[in-house]
Design a protein around this ligand. Structure first.
Ligand SMILES: [Fe+2]
Ligand SMILES: [Fe+2]
Length: 293
């Protein structure tokens, strides 16, 4: 059985379109029993998501995806929970894709489970010494100083911030485009509850001998890129959470986990489970091919 995996097609970004089209051609040439897109297929607008999924019309196997944080970015009047629960699954279904977050796929004794995953700032780089409130607001101190709606944070933490902090001008754009009635830690729990239930059912199902998992965010901190300049290191807080890994590794049938999101290729092995970051960037898309006996 052959499973093809890619991530971060970002088909709404002009610079990603030709690389994503080339990747899709590679997928069709390679062929397989299942294809999984591990998040960030496109952002708020519906049409680029439809177009990206349409690139795989000729793929003969099962077509599966998990959303990424970009897939929950909202158009005016939308809500990210509704995008997660209804809008993205509906667009996916039109193109023949199933969303793994809502139902795992079973194929010849192998189950494919998945989740968007999320973040809880626990991967934040402590060395930056930025108060947690800035991470919640998704602005570094230098960005908060320039944005009237966030300037109060700089005033509140004035005594703890030096010029060095104010030179960190990064922001995490989920703060602008993701809209939900939950804190990030709550949303992480919300999605992990679904994943935990899925894995529990698959573990108990005697017809399933092996489980593969697909999560957009990083399930182990070892995959978070290190030694980056402060503006990029600020984003570590939004890379994922070890809680995702904890839920996944609680399933003894699990053999492989694929993730994306950081645009940084890497692998890490825990208790015999291979955790692979696909590592597509905006300009270079990568395809992982998993051949199972
Ligand atoms: Fe991405
Ligand atoms: Fe992402």
């Amino acid at each position: 059985m052959r499973v093809l995996v890619t991530a971060d097609l970002h088909y709404d970004a002009q610079r990603s379109r030709a690389p994503a089209q080339a990747l899709a051609e590679e997928v069709l040439r390679t062929g397989g029993d299942a294809l999984v897109l591990v998040g960030d297929t496109a952002s708020a607008k519906h049409e680029p998501l439809r177009e990206a999924l349409g690139l795989f019309d000729g793929f003969p196997g099962r077509k599966l995806l998990v959303p990424g944080n970009h897939c929950l970015w909202c158009l005016p009047g939308e809500d990210s929970i509704r995008r997660y629960e209804e809008i993205v699954p509906a667009i996916a279904a039109e193109a023949g894709f199933c969303v793994l977050d809502h139902e795992p796929a079973r194929m010849d004794g192998v189950a494919l489970a998945g989740s968007i995953g999320w973040y809880d700032y626990s991967y934040r780089e402590e060395g930056l010494d930025i108060p947690l409130e800035f991470y919640r607001a998704k602005v570094a101190p230098g960005a908060a100083e320039k944005l009237p709606e966030h300037r109060h944070l700089v005033e509140r933490f004035q005594g703890q911030l030096g010029d060095w902090h104010l030179n960190i001008g990064a922001r995490w754009m989920d703060g602008v485009h993701v809209r939900m009635d939950m804190a990030d830690e709550e949303f992480l729990e919300y999605v992990l509850k679904k994943l935990r239930r899925q894995l529990g059912e698959l573990q108990a199902d005697a017809a399933v001998r092996q489980v593969l998992a697909f999560v957009h965010h990083l399930p182990v901190r070892e995959l978070v890129p290190e030694g980056r300049p402060p503006d990029i290191a600020f984003a570590a807080a939004y890379m994922g959470s070890d809680k995702i890994g904890h839920v996944l590794l609680g399933c003894p049938k699990l053999t492989h986990v694929f993730c994306g999101h950081s645009h940084w290729q890497g692998t890490h092995k825990v208790d015999g489970v291979e955790i692979i970051n696909v590592g597509s960037t905006y300009l270079e898309k990568r395809l992982e091919v998993l051949d199972l006996p």
